[in-house]
Ligand binder design. Structure first.
Ligand SMILES: NC(=O)c1ccc[n+]([C@@H]2O[C@H](COP(=O)([O-])OP(=O)(O)OC[C@H]3O[C@@H](n4cnc5c(N)ncnc54)[C@H](O)[C@@H]3O)[C@@H](O)[C@H]2O)c1
Length: 284
């Protein structure tokens, strides 16, 4: 099914470009790497990946991976998609630009977006390499969630195989709509999850500031409690104690706004995606 597959990576020298290119380099596929910045070109050449022009990279490619920043995807797809061969696949790595109608659309091409989940906080890590691979794509297994906004029975299983490789090791590729993938990323993961992660660091720092304890003491108490909070709440490992439940109610009332669910409204999703893409608003 994927024998003789030809791929191209646009933006091969960026953060994701380097990650997906390293994994593609291990395959038998014919992969071409394109990158504009001299530093990004040097990073690839040092690892034995010859860098060619966008035109050269995509002209024969079956699947083109666009590893460029979301704010640049409109300009880059407008330049590159017309150079792609008929019937090929545009693969992007984040739903924001697709959700905001920022990709250059061309009749006859298939458009897929796939985002890595990153290795789970509950993953059993067996080796130092798995422990070190917090992002995923090197040693620690992760999942991916993908969306096709131009459905293709032909390309779906092939795209799934490519997604398994670029984000590998991958346990499973889940499929959703572009809209729902945008609900996961940014709303669930960034607007809520990453915000709460950073908030935990802020409260750790503030606890050190307002007490006589050093950071190690606070971390010792907090890190174990963060884990038990996550595993109790998300895996049902143990019930929270009765007193803890009362403190949790108090904290929720003090900190969380009553109307927090509004960030799931499409109008709010549009606002955050527009901010991320530096657009005035999302055009429908
Ligand atoms: N960084 C992450 O943690 C992460 C995670 C998941 C998905 N993504 C997605 O991956 C994509 C890339 O993000 P990133 O963080 O790797 O970006 P980045 O800024 O690290 O890298 C982008 C690369 O694209 C190159 N580039 C820009 N315009 C180009 C052009 N016209 N032709 C060729 N190369 C060009 C830049 O020189 C740069 O090397 C985005 O869609 C992002 O949402 C990023």
């Amino acid at each position: 099914m994927t024998d003789n597959l030809k791929l191209a990576v646009i933006g091969a020298g960026g953060k994701m470009g380097m990650r997906v290119s390293a994994n593609l380099q291990k395959t038998d596929w014919d992969v071409k790497y394109a990158e504009k910045s001299p530093a990004g070109v040097a990073r690839n050449e040092e690892l034995g990946r010859h860098v060619v022009s966008n035109d050269e990279a995509v002209k024969d490619a079956d699947i083109v991976v666009f590893a460029v920043p979301d704010v640049a995807l409109n300009a880059v797809t407008t330049e590159v998609v017309p150079l792609m061969k008929d019937g090929s696949v545009v693969l992007t790595l984040d739903p924001a630009a697709a959700y905001a109608n920022q990709l250059f659309m061309r009749e006859g091409l298939t458009y897929v977006v796939a985002h890595p989940t990153h290795p789970s906080v509950f993953l059993e890590r067996h080796t130092p390499e798995e422990w070190a691979d917090t992002f995923g794509g090197v040693a620690a297994p992760q999942n991916a969630v993908a969306a096709m906004f131009t459905p293709s029975d032909h390309w779906k299983p092939i795209a799934e195989k490519v997604i398994e490789v670029i984000y590998g090791p991958v346990i499973k590729v889940y499929w959703a709509s572009v809209h729902d993938l945008a609900v996961l990323e940014p709303t669930l993961n960034e607007t809520i999850g990453c915000m709460i992660g950073q908030f935990l660091k802020d409260v750790l720092d503030y606890t050190v500031e307002v007490t006589d304890m050093d950071e190690d003491t606070v971390k010792a108490m907090f890190y174990g409690h963060i884990y038990i909070a996550l595993t109790n709440a998300l895996r049902g490992s143990n019930p929270f104690s009765d007193a803890c439940l009362l403190a949790m109610d108090y904290g929720r009332e003090a900190i969380i706004k009553e109307d927090w669910k509004r960030i799931y409204d499409d109008a709010d999703l549009d606002v955050v995606v527009a901010k991320m893409l530096k657009l005035d608003k999302i055009e429908r």
